[in-house]
Design a protein around this ligand. Structure first.
Ligand code: ZN
Length: 325
């Protein structure tokens, strides 16, 4: 008996650690007839990490969280290889702007104007994301491939501020893909993230009006993603609730909050300020500190390092003027 108990105890603990490490992943699937593409993601730890980095309060957590989840779904469905994407939301609500960068590999990072927004619940008893984001403004998506000098940007006006509908509208208007996007974040009373996730369904050519109406009805009756995740549903379970057994799982991939910043990158950014400002930094401040907005990491540059950057700026100027001659 004791042994069994010990076993159960350690298994329970193992299971807890195991789930702690693996709740976040994204599933790509397609209906067997090829008429719908369907993605679902559990991004609880992604949004929890964003909450920890930026000290977000509930309405800010939900707004930034939904943007991160939407970016993950958009990036993993529309980018190839090393390409990246920046989603910017600029609404007239108290959270201000929201920025999220995503990659085809399932990494995402973001920040926002005001992380300290909490609001009374809306009439559905939910976090009032539309009020936090604002109902007037824009959502823009910029896609960048490595070596690409003219990135493509698509921009639409916000249609609801709840963000799921706004991503749907972006896909329809800017990419001509009829779709449905559901994004959901549940914040605990202590501000930690209980669950966060979403789905995206894209209608492929060949789907009939009848099939689309049937899907719309299913989605109308579907519980919120946060409710399904709290009930213990996996991304696969969510997709199954929408399409039943008519699905082919194409890929399962981990997703995570990841910042790829480096001192080198900030040195590069510093080199883009004016030479006069750089001279001031060297002569008056004798050092510079830069902070990564995505992850909060600080990078210090001492006087010698700044002088080196200044020398490179001057060398580049000389080269430019030689090139021009
Ligand atoms: Zn960073």
């Amino acid at each position: 008996m004791d042994r069994w108990w010990v076993f159960r105890f350690s298994f329970g603990k193992f299971k807890e650690e195991f789930t702690m490490k693996t709740t976040d992943y994204l599933v790509k699937s397609m209906t067997k007839d090829g008429k719908f593409r369907a993605y679902a993601v559990n991004a609880t730890q992604v949004v929890e990490k964003a909450h920890e980095i930026h000290d977000t309060w509930s309405a800010s957590s939900a707004a930034l969280g939904r943007t991160l989840i939407g970016t993950l779904l958009l990036a993993t469905s529309s980018l190839q290889g090393e390409a990246g994407m920046t989603v910017k939301i600029q609404g007239n609500g108290p959270v201000g702007f929201i920025v999220a960068d995503g990659t085809a590999q399932g990494t995402v990072k973001g920040y926002m104007g005001n992380p300290h927004v909490s609001l009374p619940a809306n009439d559905k008893g939910k976090i009032d994301v539309a009020k936090a984001v604002g109902t007037k403004g824009t959502l823009s998506v910029t896609k960048m491939a490595p070596g690409d000098k003219t990135p493509y940007t698509g921009e639409v006006n916000l249609v609801s501020g709840e963000l799921g509908d706004d991503f749907t509208y972006y896909l329809a208007q800017s990419e001509q893909i009829p779709s449905a996007v559901g994004l959901s974040v549940f914040v605990n009373p202590d501000e930690s993230i209980d669950v966060a996730g979403g789905f995206m369904i894209q209608v492929m050519p060949g789907a009939s009006d009848e099939e689309i109406s049937k899907l719309e009805k299913t989605l109308k009756d579907l519980p919120l993603v946060s409710q399904m995740l709290r009930d213990g549903d996996t991304p696969e379970d969510i997709l199954k609730k929408i399409f039943g057994d008519d699905l082919k799982i194409l890929e399962t991939m981990p997703v995570r909050y990841e910042c790829d910043c480096s001192k080198e990158r900030f040195a590069h950014a510093l080199a883009s300020i004016s030479k006069d400002d750089m001279k001031k930094l060297i002569d008056e401040d004798h050092h510079a500190e830069t902070v990564c907005q995505f992850c909060g990491k600080k990078y210090e540059f001492n006087e010698d390092e700044l002088k080196k950057i200044y020398a490179e700026m001057t060398a580049n100027d000389d080269k430019k003027s030689t090139d021009e001659k």
